[in-house]
Ligand binder design. Structure first.
Ligand SMILES: Cc1ncc(COP(=O)(O)O)c(C=O)c1O
Length: 366
């Protein structure tokens, strides 16, 4: 029977947990400096590189305790050089944040910005590269959650390959649910997190990098906590991490990764998210709402919807929350224009039916 009372998260992480993942949070207590946790760390890292066939052999992963930002910042700290420049390709909050990280780390950085509702501007990227011969690394965001745009990384990857540039990616809101063509795009490293498309809990994030990058691409991190070389040495040596790890979040991540595999892997998850996106879109469009971007520009994981005239975000949010659904506000310049609906987590058909009714209550006739 449908649970009419349960609360469902439609924000892009944390997600509504499956019962299977929730159960393991209550396991017995483990110390992170005991061999069983070292073994769990090894298993998680091995499962993480196996989510995508393409990363299974040539990549190694490390986990760290922190949200997605910690993995992105650790990747930037540990791989972006000090003696050459990094080009950040940005069309939203998360790309701009990466440029900010490089600035506070005191590293040479250029930024190639497009409007938040625009795709990556490839001619502008090529022009930046032509103009600045000191660029050796490029960083981009795969799924720019600011709007829901799935950035088309094929042309960027090709350009980086041609010019022998190292490409680093923020895949925080795409890992586990979108294609990541590490060979085609010639990706060197990926930062992501447990609490979004993988359906774990927040608190663990991770960086996957090519074995060659771990061997010869690490730089002086300028940070104690975010120095990935220490995590890599520890987790791929004794199995231990330099600092206390979130043991319960690790239980949840292991279970979530096995659940993903049991459900058919990232492709199945993408199909499931796409089905949810389609059903939600049909409902909202029938109520007269329109999207910020073209439907084909969106990721499977999150879409952004224009607030109808006269509807504030707060009124829509509060009304839906009254029905048990938590949506997400726009950021910055989009704050008063859009609301965002993520399709991640354990959402049942009954939840979707209830959501359709809730949208009707919210938007039908104002
Ligand atoms: C693309 C992207 N990068 C980075 C982050 C930051 O992750 P966190 O909020 O877990 O630190 C997010 C969060 O939504 C994101 O969507």
């Amino acid at each position: 029977m449908a649970d009419e009372t349960r609360s469902v998260l439609l924000n892009p992480g944390p997600v509504t947990l499956s019962e299977r993942v929730r159960q393991v949070l209550g396991r017995d207590d483990w110390c992170h400096r005991e061999p069983e946790f070292a073994e769990l760390t090894r298993e998680i890292n091995s499962r993480l590189v196996s989510v995508y066939r393409e990363t299974a052999t040539d990549f190694e992963s490390v986990i760290l305790t922190g949200s997605g930002t910690s993995a992105v910042e650790a990747m930037v700290a540990s791989f972006a050089p000090r003696d050459a420049a990094t080009l950040v390709v940005a069309n939203g909050v998360y790309g701009e944040r990466i440029a900010g990280m490089l600035e506070v780390q005191g590293k040479p950085v250029y930024i190639c910005e497009a409007g938040w509702d625009q795709p990556i501007n490839m001619p502008a990227v090529a022009a930046e590269l032509d103009q600045h011969a000191d660029i050796s690394h490029v960083i981009a965001v795969h799924h720019e959650t600011t709007t829901g745009r799935l950035n088309d990384l094929g042309p960027l990857g090709e350009l980086c390959k041609e010019r022998k540039l190292t490409l680093l990616l923020d895949c925080v809101s795409s890992f586990g649910a979108e294609a990541i063509d590490v060979e085609g795009w010639n990706v060197a490293a990926i930062a992501a997190t447990a609490g979004k498309c993988l359906h774990g809990v927040p608190g663990i994030s991770f960086v996957l990098a090519r074995k060659s990058l771990w061997a010869s691409g690490l730089v002086e991190a300028g940070s104690v906590y975010l120095d990935l070389s220490a995590y890599h040495r520890g987790q791929h040596g004794s199995g231990y991490s330099p600092f206390t790890q979130s043991v319960q979040a690790a239980f949840a991540l292991r279970e979530a990764l096995e659940e993903l595999e049991d459900e058919g892997g990232w492709e199945q998850r993408r199909s499931m998210y796409r089905r949810r996106a389609g059903e939600i879109a049909t409902t909202l469009q029938s109520l007269g709402l329109t999207t910020l971007l073209k439907p084909e520009e969106y990721s499977c994981a999150l879409w952004s919807w224009l607030l109808p005239d006269g509807c504030s975000y707060e009124s829509v949010h509060d009304r839906l929350k009254g029905h048990g659904f938590v949506i997400y506000a726009g950021q910055g310049e989009q704050k008063t224009r859009i609301f965002r609906v993520a399709h991640m987590g354990d959402i049942t058909n009954a939840d979707l039916d209830r959501l359709k009714q809730a949208f009707g209550d919210c938007f039908d006739g104002g």
